[in-house]
Write a protein that binds this ligand. Structure first.
Ligand code: ADP
Ligand code: MG
Length: 613
């Protein structure tokens, strides 16, 4: 008996859809690409519920003839290539002929299209690969494709979708990837009937500013290189704009957004000595090469590209970026309004760039929490700490023999007065800051090494959580409110989080579509770059927290703590070191950071003796 059979088209299409359409944003990408391939100069992107219920693209491109309007939903149906050789002469974004077939397999699609030369247009309705209608219709020139209820017949995929904010963020990112290179096209983007992005035709620099906000205006510098083999054009941002996330890195090859590890590296290494380690520079760079020297048919999403000679491109790109950065440091700006915000002149190769520092508030005490949730895992630790407090207060010296070896740390000697309010006498706490990262302190017969960053993250986390749940941070109102501009999806998130941000000391007020006035900042912060803080906060909140669906307040506190503890702590005097240790000891769960890192390593006298035996 034969066991092999051909899969029905609907199944084959659904399988192909699994590769091409992972989420609403993938459909948006494919449909935008089709509109561009059709020569559109004006494209509207309309979504509902972050693309879950509707994704509609309306373009003024060339449209389709009656039969083509039906044909385009067939698998391997394309007008863009005819032979395999054409793959190496591509001028279009699409070529695989599978996007519409895939989308139609997993959604309800309504297509209305008309060519300028035709009297009537065509309407096609498809649902789960079944053509439900194919008829002439009255419609405007160009194409409108409405994709409804994506994944209606693939519940597993639907369940994988994240929150609306996350999905909307992905859609916005796909739009950015297209609009930043097709800056001559007019784009508008609506979600749930609200206009959230309007991009009139412009040059590349203006487009970048329109997408990312006016604060980019003085921060972009052109990169240009012209050779026979490769043409490089675009902009890089000042090193000071480097962020921890890569989200402002855009590389285009022959007008296509691509991800290319090696070429990103070529750019990043050019910045090497100018930005703190782990930071990523922003760039928007177009590389143009003869189509025969690249292969874009590597992945179904067409986001990867293979060059015939990537080492040559690497060298040119690296040189072009270095040249721009070089001009920045050597040529003085003759613009009298220009305020240099970053001084390259003093930076010698290999010299470490100093991160901004903040100082501790030695009076701050997280032990004033009202809600005392007991964490059973930390009970023994709490005992240890109360022991430590008693010990230091009484200068009690414990015999090593009496210490029960519990592995991670040692339980306290039973002593009276384990009172929460009890203070540690700082003079009894001997501290030594022996590197940027670690702080050692002695007590009795043991010494402890604290991972400063992890401990600080813990302190800040509990501090922010307390602000959100009990005692809001005091706000310092500003006389001349600064304005910050955010992306559309960031605006949505910030709007949702306004009360929480206020509890954390940031008093923001929306003043137009994507701008906020900063009416107040936390009193405890000496100076703060609100734009940066809010942007990073939103980014963290989006990527880490929605995914894990953790409790909102702790998610927010965690985001902010992670962000703040990235800033290097300046602990100078021993008193400050002691204050730091004290704050840490008074945390509810001191031994682990909110991201799950250990904060302390304890060495007992017993362990040390064993070691030397
Ligand atoms: P591909 O883009 O790889 O050719 P698609 O499935 O995305 O495959 O589209 C199939 C065909 O449908 C395209 O080759 C094109 O001829 C036609 N088409 C799709 N979208 C549009 C549009 N917006 N305007 C005009 N033609 C379109
Ligand atoms: Mg296509």
């Amino acid at each position: 008996m034969n066991t092999i059979h051909l899969l029905p088209d609907i199944v084959a299409n659904q399988i192909a859809a699994g590769e091409v359409i992972q989420r609403p944003a993938s459909a948006v990408k494919e449909l935008l690409e089709n509109a561009i391939d059709a020569g559109a100069t004006k494209i509207q992107l309309i979504v509902k519920d972050a693309g879950r219920t509707l994704i509609q693209i309306v373009d003024n491109g060339m449209g389709m003839a009656f039969t083509d309007a039906r044909m385009c939903f067939e698998r391997h149906a394309t007008s863009k290539i005819t032979t395999a050789d054409d793959l190496f002469h591509l001028t279009t974004k699409g070529f695989r002929g599978e996007a519409l077939a895939s989308i139609a397999a997993i959604a309800q699609v309504e297509l209305n299209t008309k060519r300028a030369e035709d009297e009537a247009g065509t309407c096609v309705l498809v649902e789960g690969s079944q053509i439900k209608e194919h008829a002439p219709t009255a419609t405007q020139d160009g194409t409108s494709i409405a994709v409804k209820n994506l994944f209606f017949n693939v519940p597993a995929r639907r369940n994988f979708l994240k929150s609306d904010a996350v999905e909307l963020g992905h859609i916005e990112e796909e739009l950015n990837r297209i609009s930043l290179i097709h800056y001559d096209i007019d784009f508008s983007f609506y979600n749930n009937g609200k206009l959230i992005q309007q991009l009139p035709p412009s040059n590349q620099k203006q487009r970048i500013i329109n997408v990312f906000g006016a604060h980019f205006k003085d921060k972009l510098f052109p990169v240009e290189l012209n050779t026979e083999a490769v043409k490089i054009a675009g902009f890089i941002a000042k090193p000071e704009n480097a962020k921890k996330k890569k989200n402002e890195q855009y590389l285009f090859v022959n007008n296509r957004f691509v991800k290319h590890y090696l070429l990103a590296h070529a750019i990043e290494t050019a910045y090497k000595e100018l930005i703190p380690e782990g930071h990523k520079p922003a760039f928007f760079i177009e590389i143009t090469v003869p189509p025969v020297t690249i292969d874009v048919n590597i992945s179904p999403t067409k986001i990867d590209v293979k060059f015939q000679d990537d080492r040559m491109i690497y060298a040119f790109l690296n040189a072009a970026v270095k040249k721009t950065l070089g001009t920045l440091s050597l040529v003085p700006q003759i613009d009298f309004n220009y305020k240099p915000e970053y001084d390259f002149s003093g930076i010698k190769p290999k010299e470490e760039i100093k991160s901004p520092t903040i100082t501790l508030n030695p009076n701050y005490s997280p032990s004033s929490f009202k809600s005392e949730k007991k964490n059973p895992a930390s009970d023994s630790w709490q005992q240890f700490l109360s022991g430590l407090k008693n010990e230091t207060v009484k200068n009690h010296c414990i015999e090593p023999e009496k210490l029960a070896d519990t592995g991670l740390f040692h339980p306290p000697t039973p002593a009276g007065g384990g009172d929460e309010e009890e203070v540690i006498e700082e003079t009894q706490l001997r501290c030594l800051f022996f590197s940027d990262a670690y702080l050692m302190f002695l007590r009795g017969n043991a010494f402890h090494i604290i991972d400063v960053k992890a401990a600080r993250e813990r302190i800040l986390f509990e501090h922010f959580l307390n602000a959100l749940e009990n005692a809001p941070i005091v706000i310092q109102q500003s006389m001349f409110p600064e304005t910050i501009t955010l992306s559309a999806s960031a605006t949505e998130i910030v709007n949702d989080l306004l009360p929480e941000l206020r509890a954390l000391g940031y008093d923001l007020e929306q003043i137009d579509r994507t701008s906020f006035a900063v009416n107040g900042t936390p009193v405890e912060e000496e100076s703060c770059h609100v734009q940066q803080i809010i942007e990073q906060f939103v980014e963290m909140y989006k990527t880490h927290q929605f995914l894990h669906k953790t409790d909102k307040n702790s998610a927010i506190a965690k985001s902010l703590a992670r962000q703040k503890c990235g800033v290097k702590l300046k602990i100078i005097s021993e008193a400050e070191q002691q204050a730091f240790v004290k704050q840490w000891i008074q945390c509810k769960v001191p031994h682990v950071s909110p991201s799950g890192k250990k904060t302390v390593k304890n060495f007992t006298d017993l362990e040390i003796r064993k070691f030397f035996e």
